[in-house]
Design a binder for this molecule. Structure first.
Ligand code: ADP
Ligand code: MG
Length: 478
C-alpha cells in the first residue's frame, strides 16, 4: 500500500493507537499471519474457524509493524477498532480517495473498474486485467477477491504508480455492492448477466437484478456503465445510472459487439470486435463460447479506460487463463482430455460448460457433475433440467456425483439416457449415479478410453476439483 503512518491509519479508520504504536506501514496489508512480511499491517479478522487475534504474536514475529485489531494483547502495536473488517474498508476508502483524487502524484488519474454479474466475474476480471496491463500499471485481484475483505485488500495493493484498479464485486443480497462501491467508487461499472447464482438467498432473478444494479447506481456522471445488451435484466439497468451506457453483445444494437463468432478445434472463440467505426480480429486463448460475452465486456471497459480498439483486440487475443479450476483443459498422456471447471456451478455456468464441452472434438463426451448449491426451492427442478440439457447438449455419459446430484441423473434418464449396459459401450446415451468422488474415480478409471473428453463441474462445496486432479494423476505416464 502507499506509505502511511500508524497515526494516519488510526485517523482513517477512526481507531485508537496503543501507546507502543509508532511508525509507518511500509509494506502491504494482509489478513493472513502466514503472509506477513516486514513492514506490513496485519488485520486481525474474527473468522468462523480461526480468530486473527490468536495470531498477533506470529504476525509480530514475521515483522508486522502493527495490527488492526479489537483486542490488543501486548504482542504487537495495535490500531484498536470495534470491527476490523469495517475498519479495513474505511482504510481502503481513504487510500482510494487519495489515489483517485485530482491528478494523482504521477500526473495520471487512477481509473477504477468494478465488475459484477452472476457468472463470469473472475473470468472477465482476468481478461481485462491482462488487457489493461498492456496500457499501464494495473492492480487486479487474485482469484475471487470480491467481498468485504478481498475488495479492500485489492484496493490497498494500489499505489501512486497504479493506472488501473480492477475490482470484482460479489453480492449475496441488497446493499452488498453499494457497500463495496462506498469503499472504492468505480469510474467504469461492468454488469455481465443476471442468473441464478445464490438464487436461494435472493429469492428471485428480479431481486438479483436490483442488487447487481447497485453498481451502475454508484457510478458518477462522467463514468461508463458497460451493460450486456443480450441480457434484458442487465440492459434494463440503463435508467438506473447517471453514467454513459455502453451496451455490449451480439446484437446490432450493441455499441461494442462481436460479429462472425466461430470456435476453433480447441473450443476457443474467434470473432470480429466491432466498436464505433473500428473492426479488429480477436482470437481468444480461453475455452468456451461464453467467453465471447466476457471478452466484449472487458473490451468495452478497456475502451472506456482509454485504450484503442486494435490494442484491445491484440491484448484479448494474448490473454491466457489466470484463475484455476475454470475451464482448464488438459490432455492426459493416454489421450483422455480432462476439463476442470470445478470452481463453482449454477444453472447458467453449467450450461456454458456443457456448450463448451460440445464444442470440443471428442470420441465421447463425459460430464461428471455434482450438485448446484444455494438454488432455493427450485433446486430439484434445476437439477432435473440440467440432466436433460446435458443429454440435449450431446453428452454421451452423465455421471452424477453424490446424493444431492441424483436429480441430474434422473433428468438425463428422463431425456432418454439409459442406466444399464456398458458404460464404455457404443453410441447409447448413459447416465449413472455414484455416491461420492471415490466411486466416481473408480468408475471413470474403468471406462475412460483415449479420445474421451471429461468435464468435471459442481458447486464449490462439493470439491470436485479433487476428482479432476485425481483423473489427471491417473493418466500421467499412461
Ligand atoms: N459469461 C458467462 N456466462 C455463463 N457462464 C459463465 C460465463 N463466464 C463464465 N461462466 C461459467 O461460470 C464459471 C465461473 O466463472 P467465474 O469467472 O469464476 O465466475 P464468477 O467469478 O462470477 O463466479 C466458469 O467456470 C464457467 O463455467
Ligand atoms: Mg469469482
Amino acid at each position: 500500500m502507499i506509505q502511511m503512518s500508524l497515526a494516519e491509519v488510526a485517523e482513517a479508520v477512526g481507531g485508537r493507537l496503543t501507546p507502543d504504536a509508532v511508525g509507518t506501514v511500509a509494506g502491504k496489508v494482509t489478513v493472513d499471519s502466514r503472509a506477513v512480511a516486514p513492514g506490513d499491517l496485519f488485520v486481525a479478522v474474527p473468522g468462523e474457524r480461526v480468530d486473527g487475534h490468536d495470531f498477533l504474536a506470529a504476525a509480530a514475529d514475521a515483522g508486522a509493524v502493527a495490527a488492526l485489531a479489537t483486542r490488543p494483547d501486548g504482542a504487537l502495536p495495535c490500531v484498536v477498532v470495534d470491527e476490523p473488517v469495517a475498519a479495513l474498508g474505511r482504510l481502503a476508502a481513504a487510500v482510494h480517495t487519495r489515489l483517485a483524487g485530482a491528478g494523482g502524484a504521477r500526473g495520471h488519474r487512477l481509473v477504477t473498474v468494478g465488475i459484477t454479474g452472476s457468472s463470469g466475474k473472475t473470468s472477465t476480471k482476468d481478461l481485462l486485467g491482462q488487457v489493461l496491463a498492456t496500457a499501464g500499471a494495473t492492480v487486479s485481484p487474485p482469484g475471487s477477491y470480491n467481498n468485504d475483505i478481498g475488495l479492500p485488500l485489492t484496493v490497498l495493493d494500489a499505489d501512486e504508480d497504479t493506472r488501473f484498479l480492477l475490482l470484482e464485486m460479489g453480492s449475496r443480497g441488497r446493499g452488498h455492492i453499494a457497500r463495496l462501491c462506498r469503499v472504492a467508487r468505480p469510474d467504469v461499472g461492468v454488469v455481465l448477466n443476471v442468473g441464478s447464482a445464490h438464487l436461494g438467498e435472493f429469492g428471485s432473478a428480479d431481486e438479483i437484478a436490483v442488487a447487481k444494479g447497485e453498481l451502475v447506481e454508484a457510478l458518477p456522471a462522467g463514468g461508463t456503465a458497460v451493460l450486456n445488451a443480450d441480457d434484458p435484466r442487465v440492459i434494463g439497468m440503463a435508467p438506473r445510472t447517471r453514467a454513459r451506457v455502453v451496451p455490449t453483445g451480439r446484437s446490432a444494437a450493441a455499441d461494442v459487439r462481436a460479429e462472425d463468432v466461430a470456435l476453433d478445434e480447441a473450443g476457443r472463440a474467434g470473432f470480429t470486435l466491432v466498436a464505433g467505426g473500428a473492426r479488429a480480429a480477436v482470437r481468444l486463448q480461453v475455452v468456451g463460447e461464453h467467453q465471447v460475452a466476457n471478452a466484449l465486456s472487458a473490451a468495452a471497459a478497456a475502451l472506456a479506460a482509454g485504450m484503442a480498439p486494435d490494442a484491445v483486440a491484440a491484448a484479448l487475443s494474448a490473454a491466457v487463463p489466470r484463475s484455476r479450476w475454470r475451464m482448464e483443459v488438459t490432455r492426459r498422456d493416454d489421450g483422455v482430455t480432462v476439463v476442470n471447471d470445478a470452481y463453482n456451478a449454477n444453472p447458467e455456468s453449467m450450461r456454458a460448460a456443457l456448450a463448451a464441452l460440445a464444442g470440443l472434438p471428442a470420441r465421447r463426451r463425459v460430464a461428471v457433475l455434482g450438485a448446484m448449491a444455494e438454488l432455493g426451492p427450485g433446486a430439484a427442478d434445476e437439477h432435473e433440467r440440467l440432466g436433460r440439457d446435458a443429454v440435449a447438449a450431446g453428452v454421451d455419459l452423465v455421471v452424477a456425483v453424490g446424493p444431492d446430484a441424483v436429480g441430474i441423473a434422473d433428468g438425463a434418464l428422463a431425456a432418454g439416457a439409459r442406466e444399464d449396459g456398458d458404460a464404455d459401450g457404443g453410441a447409447d446415451r448413459r447416465a449413472v449415479r455414484v455416491p461420492d468422488r471415490a466411486a466416481a474415480r473408480e468408475l471413470l478409471t474403468e471406462v475412460l478410453v483415449p479420445g474421451d473428453v471429461v468435464l468435471v463441474k459442481a458447486s464449490r462445496s462439493y470439491g470436485l476439483e479433487v476428482l479432476a486432479a485425481d483423473l489427471l494423476a491417473a493418466g500421467a505416464g499412461a
